[in-house]
Every structure is written in C-alpha cells, then in structure tokens.
Design a protein around this ligand. Structure first.
Ligand code: FEO
Length: 401
C-alpha cells in the first residue's frame, strides 16, 4: 500500500523509510534507520526526481503509481547515481518505458555502466550547469555539484517555488517515521547530531567542493530544500547553512575535547578517565568514546565537532590497537583539519602506538600536537599525573572556563 506525503499540492514525497538496514553502505551504524527520498512533480509534464534503494522498491512503486493517479510518467531527473538513489531506475523503465531521463553527461556514463542491459538511446536528455527545463508551471535549473559526494552529482533548483533538490547535501540519518518537514518544535537540536554524523561521514572528505556548492546556494532564494535522505527543510536555513560552512571548512563547532580511547584490559581507559576528570575539573567539556564500543561514525562526527582531540591507545602487534588504527584511518580519510591533538600510548614492553598515531595524524593539515605523547607502561605511574595535569592545563588555558 502506498505511503506518501505532500511537500506541496503538486510535489509529492514518494520516498520510503528503511528501518531494517543496520549498517548504511555496509559501514555506518544507523539504529534509527534512514529514508530514501524521491519526489514526484505533477505539472503539465510529470517528473520523478531520483529513485530509491532496491530494499524498498515495492512500496516505492506503489507510491509513484498513487502519486501519478493514472497519469503517464514523462521524466526522471537523476541527480546522483549512487545506488541508494538509483538502483531501481531499470525497474522504473520497465514500468514506464516512455520516460526520458534528465541527467548530465557523467551520469549518462554511469547509467550505462550500472545498467548494462538497458538501451538508453533516445532516452537521455543531457543537461549542464545553468540549463533550464520547463515542465509547465515549474522550471528547473541545473547546478553541478561534483564530489558532493560523487563526481557526477548535480542538483536542481525550481525557479518557480524556490526549491533546491540538493542530492545528498543537507541529508540526515534516521527514518522519517511519518514526519517530513524540519519545523517541529526543537527539531534542530534534536536532529543536529544525525545531520552532523551524516554530513561528516558521507560528505566530510569533500569540504572544498561543498564550499563551492554553498557559494552557489548563497545566491538562491530558498523556500524548500529537498535532500535525498531525511527531512525536507523549510525553515532554519541559516542555522543549517552555518553548520555546513563550519563542517566544510573544518572549523570546530565548539571549544571542547573529543577523547577517544581503546583499551584492552582497562589500563589505558583508566589513564584516559583520569585525564578526562582533570579536564572537567578545569571546566572543559569532554566527549569520551571507547572506540571498541562506539561505531566510528559517531567518533568521526564528534572529531568534526570538537576543537581538541585526544587519542589514547595500546600498542598491539607492534602497531596501533586495531580499533584505534581503523578510527584514525577513517579520520585521515575524511580529511579533518585544524585541530589540537594530544596523544597517549600504552605499551607493556615496546610502546609504539604513540609515534604511529602521530605519523598518521601528521598527514592532516592544521594539526598541532599538545606536548609529548604520554607513554604508559602497563599502567599509569604516579609520576605521570603531572604530565596529564600539563595537558589538561594547556587545553583549559585555551578553552576552559
Ligand atoms: Fe545517499 Fe551518495 O548517496
């Protein structure tokens, strides 16, 4: 049975929630699910904007059929070829064989690569930046958004009703659960964590490209932002744009500490906990994570959030304990920049994690290390408390009360 919502009388959300997928893209923990958004524009011509993941195809096609209410489908606009939005294009073509696909030339290549059995001859309308298409009352103009977050991505802007169809940008993890718009009471504070986790993990690597798109968006009058995941934005544009400016420029959102530790038998955790106490006693806000327990997507998001980062890890097989090594790879791959970093290692006979962690993080721009690495031998020694005090003092001097 169909399950749709109106964005406007002639713009219908036909997306579907997925609450069964535990791990988005096989990587990111999504306990609250995710929505795959797609929209039907009912004008003199009918237009579908993007499709959905294969996991939800049945309800999706029921939604399209219901939204069209017996009308033919004329166009599919494809903004992004990642299969969570494009998997069912071939199935859509089977149901609506006369549709034209509106896309750019990079998307055209990917369509042929993903759907090798489909003959796209005479089906494609190739557009480029600044082109417009009129569907009746609505006219869309196309905006290229390369690397946000695949190279082919484009957005479109409805000149009539001032709607930005923003592809992955401005998306949020979490199923919609019947909601659609972002303007419920206290929406921003309640959903910011998942918007941040979505942005930083999915798009975070591509800050300069996001900045380029934000410059284009700054010139647009916005009444709605319709992303491919999560809520339709129709208020609070300044607040979310301000966050995007911070995240994409690798500027911390807050003066605080993200303390991520790995600990095999608890001694590194103990040292990290003592340092956390010293920081909190000095008025510093600390967000602390055991990287063996917390999915790295949450830790990466908080690394983008906080001004100061502390990493504490045991040495393991002469390297960095694997969970911490994975986290640091993730942070390096997401291109985080401009952070102050303190390090703590543990090694019962041959500590090596500190140097290796420093080497990894040194690849990032704007990383400044605070003092020497604290090197714990099995368990924290009494005379090492002064070194923890020194780190806490240095951080508190910058961001404490
Ligand atoms: Fe939601 Fe880049 O796909």
């Amino acid at each position: 049975m169909h399950c749709t919502r109106k964005v406007l009388d002639d713009l219908i959300w036909v997306g579907v929630d997925d609450r069964r997928v535990a791990c988005f893209e096989g990587v990111y923990d999504i306990p609250d699910g995710v929505s795959y958004n797609s929209y039907v524009l009912l004008d003199e011509k009918t237009v579908v904007l993007d499709t959905v993941d294969k996991a939800v195809y049945q309800t999706y096609f029921e939604n399209i059929e219901y939204a069209l209410n017996g009308r033919e489908l004329d166009y599919l606009v494809v903004h992004h070829m990642e299969p969570d939005h494009a998997y069912v294009i071939e199935a859509l073509l089977v149901r609506y064989p006369n549709i034209k696909l509106v896309c750019n030339d990079k998307i055209a290549v990917m369509l042929k690569n993903f759907f090798r059995g489909v003959d796209f001859a005479d089906k494609l309308v190739i557009v480029k930046e600044g082109d417009t298409m009129c569907f009746g009352r609505h006219t869309l103009t196309f905006v290229s958004a390369p690397m946000v977050h695949w190279p082919e991505v484009m957005m479109s802007y409805d000149l009539t009703d001032k709607i930005l169809f923003s592809a992955d940008a401005f998306g949020t993890f979490g199923a919609l659960n019947g909601r659609l718009f972002n303007d419920e009471a206290d929406f921003f504070n309640e959903n910011l964590d998942e918007a941040r986790r979505y942005y930083t993990n999915i798009v975070g690597k591509y800050g300069p490209q996001v900045q380029a798109v934000l410059k284009k968006a700054a010139g647009l009058e916005l009444k709605y932002i319709c992303p491919l995941h999560g809520f339709v934005w129709r208020s609070d544009f300044e607040r979310i744009l301000e966050k995007y400016l911070k995240w994409s420029s690798y500027t911390p959102e807050e003066n605080s500490v993200m303390l991520a530790y790995a600990s095999i038998y608890g001694h590194t955790e103990n040292a990290a906990s003592i340092l956390a106490v010293k920081l909190v006693e000095r008025g510093v806000k600390v967000r602390m994570f055991d990287v063996s327990v917390t999915d790295s997507s949450h830790v990466v998001a908080n690394a983008f959030r906080c001004s100061h980062l502390i990493f504490a890890a045991p040495t393991y097989n002469a390297g960095i304990f694997i969970k911490m090594e994975e986290l640091l790879h993730d942070i390096v791959n997401h291109n985080l920049q401009n952070r102050k970093v303190a390090l703590m290692e543990n090694g019962s006979w041959a500590p090596a994690a500190g140097k290796l962690m420093r080497d990894m993080l040194s690849k990032l721009k704007g990383i400044e290390f605070i003092g020497e690495t604290v090197s714990v031998k099995s368990s924290l020694a009494e005379d090492q408390l002064a070194q923890l005090d020194a780190i806490a003092d240095a951080i508190a001097a910058e961001i404490g009360r």
